[in-house]
Design a protein around this ligand. Structure first.
Ligand SMILES: N[C@@H](CCC(=O)N[C@@H](CS)C(=O)NCC(=O)O)C(=O)O
Length: 102
């Protein structure tokens, strides 16, 4: 599977420019106001994992990417491209991350 790629530029104080590329096999659909998402984000941070954080668009309902990928409008939703895993439920996600990435 192709990892997610994110590229960003950083402009230094002396006006030189750096280009950073991040590759990540993990994606988390999560929203800032969601306590279940925060639990999972904290765990991902604790395990020092690279991941792509995607906000779920609740207004899009069944047209949202989260729904198309996982079949529900719920967050958090973890997608692990490396293992072909898509999963809901914060406690299950945290256990999965511990078991596979700690
Ligand atoms: N038991 C779930 C609860 C997740 C949950 O309730 N998420 C809310 C946001 S805080 C949600 O996605 N609600 C919309 C929906 O379920 O469609 C977990 O622990 O992950």
């Amino acid at each position: 599977m192709t990892p997610n790629r994110i590229a960003f530029f950083y402009i230094h104080n002396d006006d030189t420019l750096s280009l950073y590329l991040i590759y990540a096999m993990l994606e988390l659909y999560a929203n800032a106001g969601c306590p279940y998402c925060m639990k999972v984000l904290k765990k991902m941070n604790e395990l020092n994992l690279d991941f792509i954080w995607r906000s779920h668009d609740f207004t899009a309902g069944e047209n949202s990417w989260g729904f198309k990928i996982g079949g529900k409008t719920q967050v958090p939703l973890l997608v692990d491209q490396q293992n072909g895993v898509t999963m809901y439920e914060s406690d299950a996600i945290m256990q999965y991350l511990e078991e596979n990435y700690s």
